[in-house]
Design a protein around this ligand. Structure first.
Ligand code: KIV
Ligand code: ZN
Length: 390
């Protein structure tokens, strides 16, 4: 496998499950955890054990069930949270505690009414508490996207010294531009003296639609873990979509990065998550949307039918999607019409298609999409007409 590995930290069962209407019961979380492991994610964030007895139970059961992936539990920088996370992970083969605190001035003042020095101490203390339960400790500097870089570097250095092996740099509010987020990661790599003892993780929200771009900028700058969810589910406008970052990394070989995700399982798991969470996927969603491999304009259809790579950079089977579709609308052209007639077993020559195309446009102007039944009707009428005039 070429290049450097990017760890995929899936938080569908935690950040994704926070979405209103997406709450899961233990049996549903277990079913998804198994599929995430099969997909090849490196870390499954199973839940937030202190938040409810049900979630404590879910994390406990996932920890027992999962054998290959690391199972992670979230906590605040609060002793009883960390204790709950540690206990819920008791049976995990590879347990990770994810603890942290807000580090931006907005969080320090408005949420904690504290000072930077006090927050630094609480951050260090949280990692020390977590070490009682596991050596795999991830620290999150919440709202790192809006945290002053000098202060952030001090926090990162201190938590690594205290024992954190992964430091999460969340763009909690989805505020950063890709360049800014990448620069932040580069700044930490260049200014934290003990950075070689930990890896940096990207956790980017999508409030400005930049989550995927920011995560990719983060790994280009040297982060080695991406936190993401299936279908980009997550608080507010969502989190980074797993399927997007995985396919960006796979498509852009020049990045010299790879993940262990089995791409053909991306569409099946997307559908499973959508069903269980009762959250539809937008049709134009990259990789897993129902239109991701549909072609409807005449110019695109003509090119696609000559050579699929003219308009598709990924073959649908590569990501487990249904075959590409040629959709007929009033913007479609003759090649697409001829192709669809052929699929319906009608053999028409160029003159036939020319004649049928005019009828097709009349129907197409009255509908969103021309269906097989419309085409059959047109084709049969055309055949009868041809016989009558022969
Ligand atoms: O968005 C965020 O900052 C989070 C943390 C709890 C990691 O979800
Ligand atoms: Zn988040």
């Amino acid at each position: 496998m070429p290049g450097q590995k990017i760890q995929i930290f899936d938080t569908t069962l935690r950040d994704g499950e926070q979405v209103p209407g997406c709450k899961l019961v233990t049996s549903e979380k277990l079913e998804l955890a198994l599929q995430l492991e099969e997909l090849g994610v490196d870390i499954i964030e199973a839940g937030f054990p202190i938040s409810s007895p049900g979630d404590f139970n879910s994390v406990t059961e996932i920890a027992k069930l999962i054998t290959k992936a690391t199972v992670c539990a979230l906590s605040r920088a609060v002793e009883k949270d960390i204790e709950a996370a540690g206990l819920a992970l008791k049976f995990a083969k590879r347990p990770r505690i994810h603890t942290g605190i807000g580090t931006s001035d907005s969080h320090i003042k408005a949420k904690f009414n504290a000072t930077r020095e006090e927050i630094l101490e609480r951050a260090i203390q949280s990692v020390k508490w977590a070490r009682k339960y596991t050596d795999d400790i991830e620290f999150y500097a919440e709202d790192a996207g809006r945290t002053d870089n000098d202060y952030l570097a001090r926090v990162v250095e201190a938590v690594i010294k205290a024992g954190a092996t992964v430091v999460n740099i969340p763009d909690t509010t989805g505020y950063c531009l890709p360049q800014q987020y990448g620069d932040k990661i580069a700044y930490l790599i260049n200014n934290v003296p003990n950075i070689d003892k930990a890896i940096l993780s990207c956790h980017c929200h999508n409030d400005l639609g930049l989550a995927t771009a920011n995560s990719i900028a983060g790994v280009i700058a040297g982060a080695r873990q991406i936190e993401c969810t299936i279908n980009g589910l997550g608080e507010r406008a969502g989190n980074t979509a797993l399927e997007e970052v995985v396919m960006v990394i796979k498509q852009h070989k020049e990045l010299d990065l790879y993940t262990d995700i089995k791409a053909p399982l991306l569409n099946p798991i997307s559908r499973k998550v959508s069903d269980i969470m009762r959250m539809n996927v937008q049709p134009n969603k990259a990789i897993v949307g129902s239109n991701a491999f549909s072609h409807s304009s005449g110019i695109h259809q003509d090119g696609f039918l000559k050579d699929t790579t003219t308009y598709e950079i990924i073959a649908p089977e590569e990501v487990g999607a249904d075959s590409s579709k040629i959709v007929l609308t009033a913007r479609s052209g003759r090649s697409a019409l001829a192709f669809r007639f052929q699929k319906l077993n009608f053999q028409f020559d160029r003159n036939d298609v020319d004649a049928l195309y005019q009828q097709f446009l009349l129907v197409a102007d009255t509908k969103k999409e021309v269906e097989d039944a419309d085409l059959e009707k047109m084709a049969l009428a055309h055949q009868q007409n041809s016989l009558a005039t022969a």
